[in-house]
Ligand binder design. Structure first.
Ligand code: SF4
Length: 400
């Protein structure tokens, strides 16, 4: 469980006013002293992310946020950072002092959680100190909790578990295969491959195949022909690293479906339809148009880096236009996204689905086409049609 990537964990954001006891609630939920508990107002500054396993939920990320009633210029900044957590949360817990009840700060966050369409739970906290529980809500379920005596903690976990169980599950490949189907994975081991392991998306696809009782065969692109020859029956599909798609598509017979890890993840983590629309807009790029290359984290760059070297090279070559490229990595998008004619986003392996969808929606609201690396690679290399064969609904958008 410890190795579950953060992007795959259930994200629980904990909101409340300063000293409502958010940190002591986290410690009680996890049975550990992982959050600093203090009587000094505003101990939590920036949101703090803790990966943890909570039964019956499984692997989670608890997000401890700054007090919603924080004051001053810095306080306002901390509140706005706290609110940005809503873009990646799967559920919000709103912690309210049981004896004082819900006030305008709590009401405001309840409204924001509802506007986002997120499920929420209100914790009437510090019940050990309250003569009377004054927390009532028609919006979300209220659970009475004392982090000191642990009263209500198990109930809170149960309620979280119930909500987690109703969350939609977005499979990677499991819905495309049947038990005992053979799926061949092509993973180039070149100078860009990390030493001693295969990269996270490839590990996750393999795990999804095993979870679906399928049979996963992993091979390099140079061994693919022999791998296919060694099979008695045709595999259900071949999934390749996007960058080897050109070579792999020549080896895999037309009657065997072929797609890429990136296309699968574009569907699993985001909105494949919107990304396909974004890819189609590449053909409309003109000289001096601006393209934003956005990455989810700052990572070690290789000499032939995909974001800063390969994608600009491929886009320039395929459009024949003189395009201006800007680069941005980390949280969200820059303020000036309206200046761009296209956003090209990385594969977002470190981001959860909620955050990827939030970014796609930001682009949609501003009417800026957005595509990701994998979908763009398939498009500029002319292998889009084949890579989308497995997804007829999405292919229609491409053919419109
Ligand atoms: S795909 Fe994006 S989030 Fe993942 S390592 Fe690369 S830049 Fe970071």
């Amino acid at each position: 469980m410890k190795n579950t990537p953060r992007s795959n964990r259930f994200h629980i954001a904990i909101f409340g006013k300063r000293n409502s006891g958010k940190s002591s609630l986290i410690n009680a939920l996890t049975n550990q002293d992982i959050a600093i508990v203090s009587d000094v107002l505003g101990t939590t500054a920036d949101p703090v992310f803790k990966t943890i396993e909570i039964l019956p939920l499984g692997p989670c990320v608890l997000i401890d946020t700054a007090g919603l009633d924080d004051v001053g210029i810095l306080g306002e900044l901390r509140v706005s950072k706290s609110l940005s957590v809503l873009n990646k949360a799967d559920i919000a817990i709103i912690v309210v002092d049981a004896s004082t009840g819900i006030d305008r700060f709590d009401e405001e966050i309840i409204r924001k959680v509802k506007d986002k369409g997120l499920p929420g739970i209100i914790v009437a906290h510090k019940t050990d100190l309250a003569n009377e529980i004054r927390v009532h809500s028609v919006d979300f379920k209220v659970v009475n909790v004392s982090s000191k005596t642990k009263e209500g903690i198990e109930k809170l976990k149960k309620e979280l578990g119930k909500i987690a169980a109703t969350e939609d599950k977005f499979e990677i490949v499991g819905d495309l295969i049947d038990p005992s189907d053979v799926v061949v994975l092509v993973t180039p081991i070149d100078s860009a491959a990390p030493k001693g392991r295969i990269i996270l998306p490839q590990q996750q696809v393999l795990r999804d195949i095993l979870d679906s009782d399928g049979i996963g065969l992993v091979t390099k692109e140079f061994e693919l022909e022999k791998t296919l020859e060694s099979l008695k029956n045709k595999p259900k599909m071949v999934i390749t690293d996007s960058q080897a798609f050109g070579m792999v598509s020549k080896i895999v017979p037309e009657d065997i479906p072929l797609t890429s890890f990136s296309i699968l993840f574009a569907r699993h983590k985001g909105d494949l339809e919107e990304l396909v629309r974004g890819a189609k807009s590449i053909d409309s790029l003109k000289d001096d148009d601006k393209v934003l290359i956005a990455e989810g984290c700052t990572h070690h760059r290789q000499a032939d880096d995909i974001g800063t070297v390969k994608i600009p090279r491929w886009l320039t070559k395929s459009t024949g236009k003189s395009i201006i490229f800007d680069y941005y990595s980390g949280h969200g998008f820059p303020e000036n996204i309206k200046d761009y004619q296209l956003i090209v986003h990385c594969g977002a392996c470190m981001l959860n689905r909620k955050e990827v969808l939030h970014r796609i929606n930001q682009a949609k609201e501003k009417e800026i086409p957005i595509v990701n690396y994998g979908v763009l690679i398939a498009y500029v290399h002319g292998i889009f049609e084949r890579a989308l064969d497995l997804f007829p609904n999405v292919k229609t958008i491409y053919e419109e």
